[in-house]
Design a protein around this ligand. Structure first.
Ligand code: HEC
Ligand code: HEC
Length: 457
């Protein structure tokens, strides 16, 4: 059961999110030999298992962090032989996948020392057990609590994206990495050279780049190539839907899912943008569309009945709720959802205002909240949003209009979306838990946070 999302959610989300970040980084980096020791319930959702939290009888099932161990996996095999439902992985000729590169990329991905003050890794926003996104924040928060424009998207299956970021401003995973590393409100490294120098001076990287890149050391090229290689292995498919639809297993899903897929591809018209091919499905056309959500924020319009309630239900403890006046919440909310013109920011073509890239829907049950700004908390809210025809505006996509779905159809559609969680997820998360996390040591160039990297002042 997912707790409800709200304006207040952003407010407490900051505190929660930081707590989560700490949780992630407190995980042991020890490797475990026996797969039985890995508990599946800890591969999904926030660190604390919240199922049943709305009831007074809730008993925590969370375990001590030290017991939450990882198991290193051989992720390259996912990329070499993608799980059912995914096409072959496109790998650039200049950056063939190898185990040493993937291992190095994984080490970099979890390493907080790539940020200006050794606090933020990629994994702090793309949290493995939260679908490589962040379930607790609508829009991301970076170093020192700085606000980021958008919701952290999942990195599962990002290997297939032809345009990166929700406004499509990047084209390759190799180049993409430098944006979050150097963005002032994300990891805030002062420059690319600063990061490269720092990695060169961290003893635990000695020889790793040279081994992965035929003698080449850390550089703008190799850091990007290593991180891209790790991300290319994050392939989550072979879901119940895939087994039924592509694997000819009639019993892999129940009837609600089957009916839901009919709504998805028929009356709901979702499939027009969230595409399904003959032998695989990425659920995205990799194109940009205006659903009206960005427009509604720009013009401060309501997006639907669920946002018009005057109060927000906030849970204080198991079984204890209070209804808080929205005005009070707004008074303490630091920032409203930011104005975001989407693709227009890249093209400056007025017709591109509020267009965002279609997101893939695989593993969607793991990656709430939804849309570019995390404004919709649950899949049901997303379905209701489309059912109403998005938000009318002069540039609304002609492919979006009211659907007239009945309650049964909505439930079925939701069941279908829940059937898209890949069976490879627990393995990828288990592997992530085994990654080294970049603890600061007395040997590190940034020790004592002087940020000098050993360079004379
Ligand atoms: C402060 C939080 C934060 C950190 C740290 C962060 N990201 Fe992200 N990431 C985001 C957000 C937010 C977006 C969406 C931004 C946008 O669309 O403009 C994003 C987008 C991406 C995308 C594009 C995904 C897509 O669907 O287009 C990739 C790939 C990615 N990040 C990888 C990384 C890597 C690799 C690192 C570490 C080097 C990293 N991120 C660090 C928040 C973060
Ligand atoms: C006109 C193209 C189009 C159609 C039709 C469409 N979508 Fe989308 N969908 C998008 C785009 C574009 C986004 C990203 C919007 C954003 O980030 O604001 C998106 C986002 C989503 C998301 C959130 C993904 C995430 O990770 O946050 C879900 C869930 C979703 N769509 C489900 C559906 C369903 C269900 C239907 C059918 C009822 C549907 N979509 C119809 C284009 C479309």
């Amino acid at each position: 059961m997912r707790h409800s999302w709200s304006g207040f959610g952003i407010f407490i989300g900051v505190a929660w999110g930081c707590a989560t970040a700490t949780l992630i980084h407190a995980q042991t980096s020890g490797e475990v030999d026996s797969p039985q020791q890995f508990d599946r319930t800890h591969t999904e959702g926030p660190g604390d298992v919240k199922e049943g939290y709305e009831s007074e009888d809730y008993v925590t099932r969370s375990r001590s962090l030290l017991k939450r161990r990882g198991i290193k996996k051989d992720l390259i095999r996912f990329a070499q032989n993608p799980p059912l439902g995914l096409p072959p992985v496109p790998v650039p000729a200049g950056n063939p996948l190898t185990r040493p590169k993937i291992d190095l990329g994984r080490k970099l991905f979890f390493d907080r020392r790539l940020s200006i003050n050794d606090t933020f890794a990629c994994a702090t926003c793309h949290i493995p057990e939260q679908g490589f996104t962040n379930n607790e924040m609508r829009t991301a928060v970076g170093v020192e609590g700085r606000s980021v424009l958008r919701n952290s998207p999942t990195l599962y299956n990002s290997a297939y994206l032809t345009r990166l970021f929700l406004d499509g401003r990047e084209f390759s995973l190799e180049n993409q990495v430098w944006q979050p590393i150097t963005a002032h409100n994300e990891m805030a490294a002062p420059s690319i050279g600063w990061v490269v120098n720092k990695i060169k001076r961290m003893q635990d990287y000695d020889g790793l780049f040279e081994q992965a890149f035929e003698g080449a050391g850390p550089s703008i090229l190799t850091v990007g190539q290593a991180l891209a290689s790790y991300q290319r292995t994050l392939l989550a498919a072979d879901s119940p839907f895939d087994r039924w639809h592509f694997g000819n297993q009639p019993n892999a899903v129940d009837d609600a899912v089957k009916r839901g897929f009919s709504v998805f591809s028929g009356k709901g018209r979702c499939i027009v943008c969230h595409t399904v091919s003959k032998d695989h499905a990425l659920f995205t056309d990799n194109k940009f569309h205006n659903t009206g959500l960005g427009y509604a924020v720009s013009f401060d319009k309501e997006i639907g009945p669920e946002t018009q309630s005057k109060t927000t239900r906030v849970q204080l403890a198991p079984g204890v709720f209070v209804d808080v006046d929205n005005k009070k919440i707004e008074a303490v909310t630091q920032q409203k959802l930011p104005n975001d013109l989407g693709l227009y920011r890249v093209t400056e073509n007025p017709n591109d205002r509020w267009k965002f890239r279609t997101q893939g829907l695989r593993n969607i049950a793991l990656t709430a909240p939804y849309m570019h700004n995390g404004q919709l908390s649950t899949l049901r809210e997303v379905i209701d949003f489309y059912d109403r025809g998005g938000v009318a505006n002069e540039l609304l996509s002609p492919l979006i209009s009211p659907l007239g779905l009945n309650t049964q159809e909505k439930q079925d559609l939701e069941a279908f979306l829940h059937s898209l969680t890949g069976s490879t997820v627990p393995e990828i998360v288990a592997d992530a838990f085994a990654a080294p996390i970049g603890d600061l040591s007395a040997h590190d160039p940034n020790w004592a946070h002087e940020n000098t990297l050993g360079i004379e002042q």
